[in-house]
Design a protein around this ligand. Structure first.
Ligand code: HGY
Ligand code: MN
Ligand code: MN
Ligand code: MN
Length: 407
């Protein structure tokens, strides 16, 4: 019988090479790509290895069940689900997402090794397209599942090559027409607990120094498409007074975002930009980028976006909201129950969006467990968690599932 650390390590070894860039050590695992297909096959194999019933919902999210979720739902005992996502941001870290999925399988193994007989089904989920790295909307899989984003809008989203999500689904052998909200799947979830690597360094602070924490809430956050226009022309022969350089307005917008974030106690960045025509020696005729703004206070975030919009509009540009998630508290009773069960570990908020937040906004009792990240860095190859803390996370998740799925 292998120990939780052996099963954890062997799963981690299988997963780590998938989509990893040998030079940077970062990951490129985008929705409905070859890498994603390999990850989905891995998930299905791990489910099959454990005799779990694998279902795929209308969106493509994968659910591996120990026990019959429909019979339990009919008996008024909806299942307990854990898991996360396997996709990444460009050059992302190894832990954001996969840690939650691998820990879920390892926790299920530990429950069985303990001879645990669940009173409710236990599900493990792999949410598709959580990072939104390819099509631009984060948590796309859980948003469409819960109706927080329409299937029509999802189908029409396009990637950097102009490929629509509908085309990507078809290329991955899935029906784009099937895409849509799946309330039956959501109803099966009596509670959802997402284990996730900490994205920040709070748990490593000397005065905290804790391996684990429970999530209290997700800050309000959103993404806005910023577009400035100009006129393409020769970078060398066009007089300054004759130039209409789209980059000027865009650069002003980026500086305005940072200034307003400092002023309003928020965070903001523009991490993705596309320039047309995109030649070093051609004056930009169009610059399109995405503003990511977040903060503990919704009005403050809105003030940041308003400040950016004012500057962009002065240059004749446009700011359009791409996605918005308001302040998302997790279930306070569940958070307290987990924190107490786990010996009074800290309860902390996060500025990172998660599928758990989308489910919480859909009325599913939801909690998050964070595992310490000594670098505090995430969405980067520097993202890290020690093996010891990862195994403490598995133990905690096992304990939480024993509590929530037990008689
Ligand atoms: O963007 C986020 O906060 C999450 O990592 N998708
Ligand atoms: Mn992430
Ligand atoms: Mn994540
Ligand atoms: Mn997530």
């Amino acid at each position: 019988m292998s120990t939780p650390s052996q099963t954890f390590d062997s799963m981690w070894r299988d997963l780590m090479p998938v989509g990893r860039d040998a030079t940077s050590g970062g990951y490129r695992r985008f929705a409905w790509t070859r890498q994603d297909h390999t990850l989905r096959e891995w998930f299905a194999a791990e489910a099959a290895r454990r005799g779990l019933d694998l279902t795929v919902d209308r969106v493509g999210n994968q659910w591996a069940w120990w026990g019959d979720p429909d019979a339990a739902l009919a008996a008024g005992r909806p299942g307990i689900v854990t898991g996360s996502h396997l996709d990444s941001v460009p050059d992302g870290g190894a832990f954001d997402g996969p840690l939650g999925v691998v820990s879920a399988f390892a926790a299920l193994d530990a429950l069985r090794a303990n001879g645990f007989e669940p009173d409710r089904p236990i599900g493990i989920v792999n949410f598709v397209d959580e990072e939104g790295a390819r099509f631009g909307v984060a948590c796309a899989g859980s948003r469409v599942l819960t109706g927080a984003m329409t299937a029509d809008r999802a189908r029409s989203l396009t990637d950097a090559d102009g490929v629509s999500m509908a085309e990507a689904l078809a290329a991955a052998g899935r029906s784009a027409e099937e895409l849509g909200p799946d309330s039956e799947t959501v109803r099966r979830v009596g509670a959802f607990v997402e284990l996730h690597v900490e994205q920040g360094r709070h748990l490593s602070l000397p005065e905290v120094d804790q391996p684990l924490a429970v999530g209290s809430d997700i800050w309000p956050h959103g993404r806005w498409r910023v577009r400035t226009l100009g006129e393409a022309n020769h970078a060398g022969t066009t007089r300054l007074e004759d130039r209409e350089d789209a980059m000027l307005g865009f650069a002003a917008a980026v500086i305005a975002a940072r200034r307003a974030a400092e002023q309003h106690g928020c965070v903001a960045t523009v991490g993705k930009v596309a320039v047309t025509p995109g030649g070093v020696n051609a004056i930009p005729s169009e610059v399109t980028g995405w503003l990511d703004a977040r903060g503990a206070d919704e009005d403050a975030v809105r003030a940041v976006v308003a400040a950016v919009t004012e500057v962009v509009e002065e240059f004749g540009g446009l700011v359009v909201e791409d996605s918005w998630t308001g302040s998302t508290p997790f279930d306070p009773g569940l958070a307290r129950r987990l924190a107490t069960r786990l010996g009074g570990i800290p309860v902390i908020g996060t500025g990172a969006g998660h599928d758990a937040g989308i489910l919480a906004n859909a009325g599913v009792p939801t909690a998050m467990l964070f595992v310490r990240n000594p670098t505090g860095i995430s969405h980067s190859p520097e993202e890290f968690a020690t093996s010891e803390d990862c195994l403490l996370g598995v133990e905690a998740l096992t304990d939480v599932l024993t509590d929530l799925a037990g008689a």
